[in-house]
Write a protein that binds this ligand. Structure first.
Ligand SMILES: Nc1ncnc2c1ncn2[C@@H]1O[C@H](COP(=O)(O)OP(=O)(O)OP(=O)(O)O)[C@@H](O)[C@H]1O
Ligand SMILES: [Mg+2]
Length: 340
């Protein structure tokens, strides 16, 4: 799922004092600027700090899942090395390989940048090749030559989600840094910091819900928080579920409990409210039930049976069967089994 922000700004409004910072998406506003601000990734950060001390910078390959700080770390490293003017002074440039995947980019852009000798006392520039796993094999081979030719005047930082999509000869010329998905504790403390700066109140359930959905992808977590904040200053589980289009755990549990205690009319009404009032899709609800089954206080054998039934329901809905009928039939089985 993608969260898209539209921020309306009326320049004619007399009392409009929006600073640039307040119209920035929070992932930009709270982008780490120095290595010390990168959350987690301790091994990566401590090696990079050692490199900064000696200034012996190797070519580097940053790999890892989305939203874990690879691009941000590359920028922070360059700023720590060259100072605030790292981009303005032409010491650091970023090329995104997914915009220009072909060999022409490598030949022209990269070569042109890499060959010129920088001013100042550092002796080399840094070229960040973002999303380099998008480069074709030919382009990667061309790039490998460039790396060899210009390594006295330029260091490369390649960023990729999958290191196995980078050809072996490039990998072997780089120091490889692996970024990990962020832990829940890291995400929680970072989100709390942002919430505080934005004057929001956020509770632990809301953070749990964000993390359940976005896992260790900090970018996604921050985007969800920003989207949820548009609903009010108090960010709770409900607000989070609303923006991610999830059904709340409480609602799911209520339906399951109605069914287990034989209250079918109530179960059906609650089900209809979720499907037709909240507009949650049947398959999303099945996924939510799936997650909730594990937390139910019922015998393990029953859980196994229920998961089996739910798999069937999921399949039938995917094949076009009625969502309401299928989920009700699941609830009926749940009722029958829990009475045994
Ligand atoms: N480790 C982190 N510490 C602090 N903020 C982070 C971290 N990781 C991600 N973020 C936040 O998420 C935003 C996106 O991070 P970044 O662009 O560095 O991710 P990425 O790893 O390069 O992802 P992708 O693989 O999608 O390019 C950052 O601007 C920052 O706000
Ligand atoms: Mg990136």
């Amino acid at each position: 799922m993608q969260v898209i922000f539209i921020i309306l700004h009326d320049p004619n409004q007399a009392d409009c004092e929006l600073s640039t910072a307040s119209v920035l998406p929070w992932i930009e506003k709270y982008r780490p600027t120095t290595l010390d601000e990168i959350v987690n990734q301790h091994e990566v950060i401590s090696s990079l700090k050692n490199i900064l001390k000696t200034k012996a910078v190797p070519h580097m390959l940053f790999t890892g899942p989305p939203g874990t700080g690879k691009t941000a770390t590359a920028h922070a490293f360059a700023r720590d090395l060259y100072g605030d003017g790292y981009i303005k002074d032409g010491l650091f440039v970023e090329i995104n390989a997914s915009d220009e995947r072909g060999i022409a980019t490598i030949r022209e852009k990269v070569k042109m940048y890499a060959r010129s000798i920088p001013f100042g006392n550092v002796g080399f520039r840094i070229l960040l090749l973002d999303e380099s796993d998008q480069l074709t094999d030919d382009a990667q081979h061309a790039f490998r030559r460039v790396m060899e030719q210009f390594s006295s005047t330029c260091r490369f930082i390649l960023v990729a989600n999958y290191s196995n999509r980078i050809i072996e000869p490039i990998q072997s010329r780089c120091a490889i840094f692996r970024f990990k998905p962020l832990t829940k504790t890291d995400v929680a403390s970072h989100l709390k910091k942002i919430a505080k700066a934005e004057g929001l109140e956020i509770d632990d359930e809301a953070i749990d819900a964000i993390y359940d959905f976005a896992q260790g992808d900090m970018r996604k977590c921050i985007n969800i928080l920003q989207a949820a904040s548009t609903l009010g200053k108090k960010v709770d589980e409900k607000a989070v579920y609303t923006v991610i289009g999830y059904v709340s755990r409480g609602d799911v549990r209520r339906i399951l409990e109605y069914a287990m205690s034989g209250k079918f009319v109530e179960a059906r009404d609650a089900l209809r409210a979720i499907l037709y009032l909240q507009g949650i899709s049947g398959r999303d609800l099945v996924s939510a039930i799936y997650r909730e089954i594990f937390a139910l206080n019922i015998p393990e054998e029953l859980k196994v049976e229920l998961l089996d039934n739910l798999g069937e329901v999921d399949y039938r809905i995917a094949e076009g069967a009625s969502e309401e009928v299928q989920i009700m039939s699941f609830l009926a089985k749940l009722a029958a089994r829990s009475r045994r």
